[in-house]
Design a protein around this ligand. Structure first.
Ligand code: NAP
Length: 460
């Protein structure tokens, strides 16, 4: 089946691509191996210079790349521009700090019985071709946040991007080539997801990183396990957004709206469950509904648009099916909850309360907020943790004791107090439980795909 780039704003087919044949895939794998043989010899200074050039190339044509993302998956253009800038930032971050993270580290001196000494070091070396399986929701950022550290560490990357963003995938390959990295240092593989398992088993692939859904994570980890390959998994989430009475309620409200609707509601770290203390819920909830109803939905290329279409028709239909499932089970709908007439894969901002227990297992990947009301802090923490996921959490309170309880007791990869959960090139990012394992970004992200080689040398 052809790989199609479809504009979710109106359903027009922008371009189609024929998936790689087995022979074409073989050629790309072979090229990755030869590229790695050259590239691993590049000095840290050369690799950093390449990343600076890549950052400059992104920045120089930021409008072009942003527009491409918006056309292929519908994110509002302002968010797409910010995404390009963040990709340039992560390239510059690893260019600046990568050499520090990759320095040889001196180990202990060992005095030997014959009077000589042995010196020890830890050296950080690349693994080889890394397979990166990526989703469509941040078509540039998801790729760059694993690409930049992988290239800095001396690895080469084979990108299997989501099938609905092939133009973004090819554009990223073009950018890396233009930045002067060796041919084959980063290649895009236009193949469907069902061909990934056999690719992971190929001995030339040394490790795999996936950002995607929970079922895909299980499938990829099983394939990688059978082939004894290291994986990093960044999977789904159902992040809580907790508001307690002492919080700055205006700031909490404004951030809750952003946290749920950012990227048309299609973010792993979007706030998906709003947990309100009972004393503030009667006023906070109607204000949220009012704000949701005022959101400007429309053409994502229009700078004034706040909410664009969902990325695909299948994505929109699945979200609506989940909402129907909640309503059939007795949930209350405060706003939204219907598919609007007209072209495009739009879904309105939706608020649901009185949810059935089954809601806890579902990731709503679109502009749907699940609202819960709790009597106290303990109940808020218990509810927040009562989820198979553990990605991020945002909690709002001015009380230092409550802050410490939340920081300590929430079970997830990151906790933000009085702020929006976000990724940052300088800080490790990832989840626990069914949100995955391993980390991206910061020093820890770079070290996921290096061999920590222990060196021991006896003086003669
Ligand atoms: P997805 O359906 O799991 O797809 C992700 C990638 O996996 C795509 O490239 C897809 O290719 C590929 N794939 C599909 N089936 C596969 C299989 N059996 N084996 C290996 N690869 C396979 O996820 P999505 O709908 O694109 O993205 C949304 C999900 O990603 C959400 O759950 C979201 O929470 C999660 N996400 C997590 C993070 C994080 O950092 N934790 C960040 C962003 C998104 P095809 O397109 O060809 O099917």
């Amino acid at each position: 089946m052809a790989i199609a780039s479809i504009n979710p704003y109106d359903g027009t087919v922008l371009q189609t691509f024929t998936p790689l044949t087995d022979a074409e895939l073989e050629t790309k794998l072979a090229l990755a191996v030869t590229a790695f043989a050259t590239y691993r010899r590049w000095s840290l200074t050369q690799r950093a210079a390449g990343l600076y050039r890549l950052a400059d190339a992104l920045t120089q044509e930021r409008e072009q790349w942003a527009r491409l993302m918006t056309l292929e998956m519908g994110k509002p253009i302002q968010a797409a521009l910010a995404e390009v800038d963040k990709c340039a930032w992560v390239c510059r971050y690893y260019a600046e700090w990568g050499a520090d993270f990759l320095q040889d580290q001196a180990g202990p001196l060992e005095r030997l019985p014959d009077g000589t000494v042995a010196q020890t070091w830890i050296r950080r070396q690349p693994l080889g071709p890394i397979l990166a399986v990526m989703p469509w929701n941040f078509p540039f950022w998801q790729v760059f946040r694993c690409l930049a550290p992988a290239l800095m560490a001396g690895n080469v990357v084979l990108l299997k991007h989501a099938s609905n963003v092939p133009q973004c995938a090819l554009a990223i390959e073009q950018l890396v080539t233009q930045a002067g990295f060796p041919t084959g240092a980063m290649q895009t593989l236009l193949i469907p997801g069902d061909r990934v398992a056999s690719l992971v088993a190929d001995p030339r692939i040394k490790a795999a990183t996936l950002t995607g859904s929970e079922p895909t994570g299980m499938s990829l980890a099983a394939a990688a396990g059978r082939a004894l390959k290291k994986t990093v998994l960044e999977l789904g989430g159902s992040d809580p957004f907790i508001v307690l009475p002492s919080a700055d309620l205006d700031a909490a409200l404004a951030t809750a709206v952003t946290a749920r609707l950012l990227n048309n509601g299609q973010s792993c770290i979007a706030a998906k469950r709003l947990i309100l203390h009972a004393t503030i819920a009667p006023t906070f909830l109607p204000r949220l509904v009012e704000r949701f109803q005022a959101v400007k939905m429309g053409n994502p290329l229009d700078a004034a648009t706040e909410l664009g279409p969902l990325a695909t028709q299948a994505q929109r239909d699945e979200l609506h099916r989940q909402v129907r499932q909640m309503l059939d089970a007795g949930a209350k709908c405060w706003c939204g909850g219907h598919i609007p007439p007209g072209p495009g894969y739009f879904y309105p901002p939706t608020v649901l309360s009185d949810l059935p227990p089954s809601a806890r297992d579902i990731e709503f990947f679109g502009p749907v907020f699940l609202v819960y009301v709790v009597p106290d802090l303990d109940a808020a923490i218990q509810l927040a943790n009562d989820s198979p996921f553990g990605l991020g959490a945002s909690a709002w309170t001015r009380d230092p004791h409550e802050q410490e309880r939340l920081l300590n007791d929430l079970e997830c990869g990151s906790v933000f107090i009085n702020g929006l959960v976000k990724s940052d090139p300088r800080l490790p990012f990832g989840g626990i439980k069914h949100s995955g394992y391993g980390r991206e970004l910061g020093e820890f992200g770079l070290l996921e795909f290096v061999n920590l080689k222990t060196l021991w040398v006896k003086s003669s």
